[in-house]
Design a protein around this ligand. Structure first.
Ligand code: AGP
Length: 598
């Protein structure tokens, strides 16, 4: 994934701007970091293993007007200083986000041309290839045009060239934004990294070469024809990117959910049915829905499937994007493909979207990062109003996506006259009241005592039926990704077909029971594990359920809204367990917030 940033300015402050940008990009990877500062044709490279603060400790007061920086999520070669960026070969110094798929063949060809390599990275091979073409053409733009034709894979590059005071950049599949600021021009993987130093931004399109001086930005297509850059004001949001006094971004973002739910649903319920219809695509044409995404976004699709099938009576298939993009998809002109993504940059989800588009299938994207690649390429877009989500483990964006699926199911049910006016009015009333219930549930949840009783365990199970099983999937992932405890979500009725053999004395089993019509069935499954000594933790909206080790009672609301309350104790328990295990909650090991490689 990695994050890249670059600055070419009138003022000597590249080090400060690069470090500030890298700190904002650290959610994209934190295996190592490095910067290259250029002055009077001298390029000084500083790298460090681990977090940005390790790099800062190695830097002296020297700063320049031109530089590039990188924070790494290792794909090729272990996290160490040699493999960290920037990489320099001959006249060329680069930082890279993405994966060069044909780097092995390229490396072989370059070794035959007497190039030697210090690192195990695909990036150093890319750097050498650019140097090779540059020596051939003595023109960096011609060299980059050749590079674009030769290389397979995904990349966003920041490039410095000896004897040249310009900053260059190219991209394919990986995100890159160019910023125009008072003191200079910038590049970055994400607006957040440069929003303090740029007033206007422009998205670098695929296979486009950017040539950036401290005064202007020029763009060229790969035939080196000049293209006019379209700059626009940086969108100002109401959310801040600081912790507002919370110990971790994850806890802050959990507490932002009442506001996020209101902001995400407001535009659809302003004036009742009208806005619900107006703000959504016309779903009448579709008799089949495919939902495709990764990780937690995929889990929101499981909730979406349950609600759309129940309320709109349309068959829904939910698929993991990395599988969907390489399999037969059995869709046709009456199928709608819905992709879900917080970042809007997840490589597998983007590829699934592009595949369906190529097959002329209508696409709807539910995204949180407006102007992201997925948002820009989907036919229809529904943006969630969660604001910047910094913690790697998603919470508020997950809830905003679930809320949006609830409204899609409602809209479809309306279109098909399946839902009666009274029920709709009741739901719209509950939507207005839900922010309070979310707040109360967060503030009154007994998650600390539950976390205290399970944080030393090595295996934890989540069981539920129907929509509760979909919530179990998210609860289990949340716990795994930030506390490193192995956990598994299971359809409650499936446990006895094998996995129950793992349940022994005190094995924590978290049972979710909010589906009334499935309550008794789920209770009998919980009784099965209880009789084998499991520690039973129940999350339910039924106050009659009693006699388990721990019970978290939730307000009972309409089924379309219940998941937005059920997920809260799952998020809080995971957070507290990770805190008790002293885990790096906002930046779990081996993870990154936006997965821009396959
Ligand atoms: C969730 O906490 C993880 N960060 C991860 O599973 C995430 O949901 C997945 O990578 C998809 O990301 P996206 O929503 O940005 O596409």
């Amino acid at each position: 994934m990695c994050g890249i940033v670059g600055y070419n300015g009138k003022e000597k402050k590249s080090k400060e701007i690069l470090i500030e940008g890298l700190k904002k990009l650290e959610y994209r990877g934190y295996d190592s970091a490095g910067i290259a500062l250029k002055e009077n044709n001298k390029i000084t490279i500083t790298k460090a293993k681990g977090k940005i603060k390790n790099l800062e400790e190695k830097l002296n007061e020297n700063t320049t007007t031109l530089g590039i920086g990188h924070t790494r999520w290792a794909t090729h070669g272990e996290p160490n200083e040699i493999n960290s960026h920037p990489h320099q070969v001959g006249n060329i110094t680069i930082v890279h986000n993405g994966i060069i798929e044909n780097y092995k063949e390229l490396k072989k060809e370059l070794i035959e041309k007497k190039y030697e390599f210090k690192s195990e990275t695909d990036t150093e091979v890319a750097c050498a290839l650019i140097d090779y073409y540059y020596n051939l053409e003595l023109d960096i733009k011609k060299a980059l045009a050749k590079f674009i034709d030769k290389v397979k894979g995904a990349y966003a590059l920041g490039i410095l060239v000896k004897n040249d005071d310009k900053l260059y950049s190219i991209r394919k599949d990986c995100p890159l934004v160019i910023g125009q600021g008072k003191t200079g021009n910038l590049i970055a993987s994400d607006i957040l990294a440069i929003s303090n130093n740029a007033e206007k931004i422009c998205y670098l399109e695929e296979n486009t070469i950017a040539e950036i001086t401290d005064k202007e930005v020029k763009l060229y297509n790969k035939n080196l024809e000049e293209i006019k850059p379209i700059f626009k004001e940086i969108p100002q949001g109401e959310y801040t990117t600081d912790k507002c006094g919370y110990e971790h971004y994850m806890l802050k973002e959990i507490h932002e959910q009442p506001k996020v739910f209101k902001n995400t649903t407001d535009k659809y319920v302003q004036n009742e049915i009208e806005s619900l219809k107006k703000e959504m695509p016309d779903f009448k044409n579709y008799n089949k829905i495919h939902i495709v995404a990764c990780g937690s976004a995929y889990h929101t699709g499981l909730v979406g499937k349950n609600l759309i099938e129940e309320y709109a009576n349309i068959p829904v298939e939910v698929e993991i994007a990395s599988e969907y993009r390489y399999k037969k998809n059995f869709y046709d002109e009456n199928t709608l493909l819905i992709v879900v993504s917080q970042s809007g940059e997840t490589a597998d989800t983007l590829a699934a979207l592009r595949k369906a588009k190529n097959d002329s299938i209508d696409t709807l994207a539910i995204v949180n990062v407006k102007n992201s690649t997925i948002a820009r390429e989907a036919k229809y877009v529904l943006t969630t109003e969660a604001g910047p989500e910094i913690a790697v483990a998603t919470t508020k964006a997950y809830s905003a996506q679930v809320a949006t699926f609830g409204l899609i199911a409602l809209n479809m049910a309306l279109e098909k006259n399946i839902i009666k006016k009274e029920e709709l009015t009741q739901i719209l009333k509950e939507i207005k009241e839900l922010p309070i219930q979310i707040e109360n549930t967060i503030n009154n949840c007994n998650y600390k005592e539950i976390a205290n009783s399970i944080y030393e365990r090595d295996d934890i199970f989540f069981i539920g039926r129907g929509i509760d099983y979909a919530l179990c999937m998210e609860g289990s992932l949340k716990l795994k990704e930030i506390s490193y405890i192995h956990s598994q979500a299971y359809a409650a009725g499936e446990l006895k077909h094998g996995t129950i053999s793992l349940v022994e004395n005190n094995t924590p089993v978290i049972g979710i029971i909010t589906e009334q019509n499935l309550k008794d069935k789920t209770i009998s499954n919980i009784e099965e594990v209880k009789s084998r000594g499991a520690k039973t933790i129940i999350i339910t909206n039924d106050n009659n359920i009693k006699n388990y080790d721990y019970i978290t009672y939730l307000p009972k609301v309409h089924k379309i809204l219940q998941p937005l309350l059920t997920v809260l104790p799952l998020q809080l328990i995971s957070y507290e367990v990770a805190r008790l295990r002293n885990c790096d909650i906002d930046k779990p090991k081996n993870l990154a917030k936006s997965v821009t490689v396959e």
